[in-house]
Every structure is written in structure tokens, then in C-alpha cells.
Design a protein around this ligand. Structure first.
Ligand SMILES: *Cc1c(COP(=O)(O)O)cnc(C)c1O
Ligand code: SF4
Length: 332
């Protein structure tokens, strides 16, 4: 008993880890034993941000590390490309004042926070005007009232930003209200925390998740097998033991996972940890991310190859998000 209490008290405080994320290119490169480049690019609006737990999964001395590529700002981001826009998926037009995004039948997405533990250079919401929405300020009442009024909605998706940036207390305040709405059956959480800052999934969080009357689905976002190591498997196991259905979505990206081996390794790692590969998204054409794009014929060729090499349940659906469509659009 004593040792158990001790180890619980010594478990790292996730909020402290969140406060200690690396925000500076020189520090990141130093930790990776890479020589800082004098001219490294330092964007003001969407700056470098990466937790130590994620850095620990990167290979030292490797500029081409697939995890480093996801977070290191480069001057390539400043190249203008008319096909790459500020709001590629039409979120700004769909978002109601309240902070609810509803594009598809039966599920509504709440923008719960603008904060993320990590800044992913390819993120399609990196230019999103979060401040305009009430839910971001944790003014839930209008949002909850709207969901209560629409009985076609059976699933609420917590998104953002990363919803697990919110404290357990804030999540509870919102979810207690969602649980009181009879037509809402499922809570879906879109988060990278189990991968990038797994200490977030602590015993208090697990106790809360287990206590919910809603069914909980968590969609994590791993792009590479190397993300599923260190403390991440234990966090995933705890979630699974708490009855959470675990799915993964990835973005297909040049230099990160644009080859059959990387995609096979990712699916193997996910299934090993009881996570079903759900979606493989082609890159949303957001300004600053053009250098990550894999062209569509190549994407289709890769997914076709995967189908011949893996069991069907290990092959994610290759999809594109097209503004105005009634679902994600399958390709290939
Ligand atoms: C992607 C998305 C969803 C989820 O779609 P599924 O196909 O159910 O995974 C829901 N709402 C919005 C606004 C989305 O962009
Ligand atoms: S919303 Fe997701 S993809 Fe975008 S920066 Fe946050 S964690 Fe990364």
C-alpha cells in the first residue's frame, strides 16, 4: 500500500509538463544533439511548441526524424501557394457563434479550447479564429442548449485545439451537462495527448472517464509508429481498460509516413496497442503546409498496396475533407 501511494504521488503532474513544453528551436535542437542553424525560421503566429515526452521519442542527431518533422518550423512554410488557404475545410463558415461545428448528420463537434500541447506544422486549424467562439471561453450554456434542442444529434465530439488541455474539472462541468441530454449517447474525444504528453492520462482522468454514463470513443492522432512508445502504450492500455474505444487518425505526409513500410509499421503498432486505424487523411490544403503534400495518385497507390499486405481491419480509410460534403470523402 505504501509503495502504491508513493508512486502515485510521484507520478508526474501533467500540468507541470504542459507548462514546461519546449517553445524554442535552439533548445529543441540542443536536446536532439543537432547543430542549430543560424537561419532557422521562427514563426510568430503559430510558434514551435513540443512536450518533452514527445521529444524523448525522437532519434538524436537525425534531421529527418519523422516526429521532428511534424513540429520543427521551416522556411518552407513561408512559400506562397494559391491552392493552400487559411481555412481549407470551411470551418469558419460552418462554425456557429456558440463554438459548435456541425457538418455531418448525427454528430456535432464542440471547439472546447484553442490550446494544444503540441503545434503540428501541418495542422489545418493553425489559422483558425478561435477567439470568435463562446465555447472556447468555456461559456457552455448556449452550446449545451443548442445540442439539447436538436434530437438528431447522438454523438458529441470534443475537439479544439486539444480538449484534454482542459482540466478534469472543466471537462466534468461540460460532460455532466451533456449526460443530462437523453438523445446524446456517445462522447468522442479527438486528442493527441496520449501520444505527446501521456502523463495527462493519470488515475484521476481514468476514474472520471470510467464514471461517465456516455459511451466514450477516443480518436488519437499518430502519424508514425515511433509515437507509440515510452509511456504511451500504458496510457492506451488504461484507457482501453476503462472501456474507451480507441481509434486512430493520421495525415499522410511527405517525409513523415509516405511509404508502405512506415504505414505498415504504424498499423502494426496501433493494433498491438488495441487501437484501430480509422482514417488516413490526405493533407488539408492549409497555408504553410504545402511541403507536406503527397499527391493523390501516390496516396491511392500507397493505400492499394496496404490492402494487399495487411488484414482489412488494419487498413485505414483514405479520405479527403471537401467543404460542403455530407461526410469525409473516401478516395482510392
Ligand atoms: C471530421 C469531422 C467529424 C467526424 O467525422 P466522422 O466521419 O464521423 O469521423 C465530425 N464533425 C466535423 C465538423 C468534422 O470535421
Ligand atoms: S489541433 Fe491537433 S493537429 Fe492541430 S496543432 Fe493541435 S494537436 Fe496538432
Amino acid at each position: 500500500m505504501i509503495t502504491e501511494n508513493l508512486s502515485r504521488n510521484q507520478s508526474p503532474n501533467w500540468q507541470k509538463s504542459l507548462a514546461n513544453v519546449v517553445r524554442d528551436t535552439d533548445t529543441l535542437l540542443e536536446l536532439l544533439e543537432l547543430k542549430p542553424e543560424a537561419l532557422s525560421y521562427r514563426p510568430k503566429n503559430f510558434p514551435l511548441r513540443v512536450p518533452h515526452s514527445y521529444i524523448n521519442k525522437m532519434q538524436k542527431g537525425n534531421w529527418d526524424d519523422p516526429l521532428l518533422r511534424q513540429v520543427l518550423p521551416t522556411a518552407l512554410e513561408t512559400e506562397q501557394n494559391i491552392h493552400f488557404m487559411l481555412d481549407p475545410v470551411g470551418d469558419k463558415d460552418s462554425a456557429q457563434q456558440k463554438g459548435i461545428l456541425q457538418k455531418y448528420h448525427g454528430r456535432a463537434l464542440i471547439l472546447t479550447t484553442s490550446h494544444c500541447p503540441i503545434h503540428c506544422r501541418f495542422c489545418f486549424r493553425q489559422h483558425f479564429p478561435y477567439d470568435e467562439h463562446q465555447a472556447i471561453r468555456h461559456e457552455w450554456s448556449d452550446c449545451v442548449a443548442a445540442l439539447a434542442e436538436d434530437n438528431s444529434i447522438s454523438e458529441v465530439i470534443l475537439s479544439g485545439g486539444d480538449p484534454l488541455s482542459l482540466s478534469d474539472a472543466r471537462l466534468q462541468t461540460l460532460c455532466v451537462q451533456l449526460e443530462a441530454i437523453p438523445h446524446i449517447k456517445r462522447l468522442r474525444i479527438h486528442t493527441r495527448f496520449p501520444l505527446v504528453l501521456p502523463e495527462r492520462i493519470n488515475s484521476a482522468f481514468i476514474a472520471w472517464i470510467s464514471s461517465l454514463s456516455l459511451q466514450v470513443v477516443m480518436v488519437i492522432h499518430a502519424n508514425h509508429a515511433n509515437e507509440l512508445c515510452h509511456k504511451t502504450p500504458a496510457a492506451l492500455l488504461q484507457l482501453q481498460q476503462a472501456g474507451v474505444l480507441l481509434l486512430n487518425q493520421s495525415v499522410l505526409m511527405k517525409g513523415v509516413n509516405d511509404n508502405t513500410t512506415a504505414l505498415i509499421n504504424l498499423s502494426n503498432a496501433l493494433i498491438r496497442h488495441h487501437v484501430v486505424p480509422y482514417y488516413l487523411h490526405v493533407l488539408d490544403r492549409v497555408q504553410g503546409a504545402a511541403h507536406f503534400e503527397v499527391d493523390e495518385p501516390m496516396a491511392i497507390a500507397l493505400i492499394k498496396q496496404l490492402r494487399t499486405l495487411l488484414p482489412g481491419y488494419m487498413v485505414p480509410k483514405l479520405v479527403r475533407e471537401i467543404a460542403g460534403e455530407a461526410s469525409k470523402t473516401p478516395i482510392g
